[in-house]
Design a protein around this ligand. Structure first.
Ligand SMILES: [Zn+2]
Length: 372
């Protein structure tokens, strides 16, 4: 029932619409028009000014003719740069670019899947429960779009169903991710004391050395099988004849157990205290929860049902825990029970990004089968 040519034509049309984070409006307008033409009801959440974006989060609904709790399909509109003037190379079942831009298959392949599912349902008059869509901007910049949604304003009849399929996982069809870590960001700023580096260095407190002492005494990298930590930025910029009095670094800690993350933060703070006792100076420690963990709230019932759907189609399927955050972490806070399924995209977030169309077709089949 899937029209493969239509899927590919639609996908190629969409990758030609430039939609980087905070600038998805043209693509958003395109999708709103498509969804309206398909007969879906639309609600737009326009809180994108919260993060200086320009495109609403699109809620859409296709009313079902079967009773019972419906299903929500979610994907994101924005793509990773560089993504301007995408030059497509089709190599058998693989679609890639000429290597000068990302493909944007993340997540336009997910949206191509959703659109095809709706089209097949409509043209075959298939019976189904309510189908809700949430298409977000700003996912790639820390889920800014999903975070900015004002859930209280969403009209009751447009409130999405709690079981949600997020069509946005890298890797082959059959992957069903259900658990993802929480992430905390932290920043440590070191305030030393300036002095002339050649004349009286003993009067100074070198903030770069302060940072170095702390860095050499904290755990970074893989901490345990559920927890990782990374430093991504360090900054201090003084002439070499000045003992620098300011330096900071920023990092993140991810983990499936929030208590464990908080323990690590405490360890980092004690490393700062120890450094301060030894060297003097001051430090300012700040941290915040960037996104909460994603955990199934139904004992994996929904995820296992979806694995069965794949298996019934002869597609090898597995449950997975993933290391990255996505919109589903943010939706989880609102009580949504999400799975994130593979759509055949590989090497995402690089100019080598490619889409295996056979995997995309398998996922479309599975979503259709689940819905009908
Ligand atoms: Zn994505």
């Amino acid at each position: 029932m899937i029209n493969k040519k239509r899927v590919l034509d639609n996908f190629l049309e969409m990758v030609n619409i430039y939609s980087p984070s905070k600038n998805e409006k043209e693509y958003g307008d395109y999708l709103i028009k498509k969804l309206e033409e398909l007969g879906l009801t639309i609600y737009l959440d326009n809180n994108f000014q919260d993060y200086s974006g320009n495109c609403p989060t699109i809620f859409a609904k296709l009313k079902g003719n079967l009773e019972g709790e419906g299903i929500t399909l979610a994907a994101h509109l924005d793509v990773i740069e560089p993504n301007k003037d995408v030059q497509i190379i089709i190599d058998g079942d693989i679609i890639r670019t000429d290597g000068r831009s990302t493909l944007g298959g993340d997540d336009k392949a997910g949206i191509a899947c959703i659109l095809e599912v709706i089209k097949v349902i409509k043209e075959n008059n298939m019976s189904h429960k309510d189908i809700f869509l949430i298409l977000t901007p700003g996912e790639e910049i820390g889920m800014a779009g999903a975070k900015s949604i004002n859930w209280e304003n969403v009209p009751k009849e447009m409130k999405p169903a709690k079981n949600m399929i997020v069509v946005d996982n890298a890797g082959q069809a059959g992957l069903v991710a259900h658990t993802a870590p929480s992430k905390y960001n932290f920043k440590i700023e070191f305030c030393g004391k300036k002095a002339h580096a050649g004349i009286e260095p003993e009067k100074g407190i070198n903030s770069i050395v302060m940072a170095g002492k702390v860095l050499s005494n904290i755990e970074i990298g893989r901490i345990d099988s559920f927890t990782t930590s990374n430093i991504g930025k360090i900054e201090s910029n003084f002439p070499t004849n000045v003992v620098p009095d300011n330096c900071y670094f920023e990092g993140e800690i991810r983990g499936h157990q929030e208590e464990r993350i908080l323990d690590i933060i405490e360890n980092y703070k004690s490393a700062c205290e120890n450094m301060k006792k030894e060297m003097g100076g001051e430090y300012i420690f700040s941290s915040f929860c960037d996104f909460p963990p994603l955990k199934p709230n139904d004992d994996l019932k929904f995820a296992k049902e979806f694995v069965q759907i794949y298996e019934s189609l002869g597609i090898k399927s597995e449950l997975k825990t993933i290391g990255g955050g996505s919109d589903s972490n943010i939706f989880a806070k609102e009580g949504y029970n999400s799975i994130i399924i593979g759509v055949g995209m590989y090497d995402v977030h690089t100019v080598e990004e490619n889409l295996h169309t056979l995997e995309l077709f398998k996922t479309i089949k599975a979503v259709l089968k689940y819905i009908s």
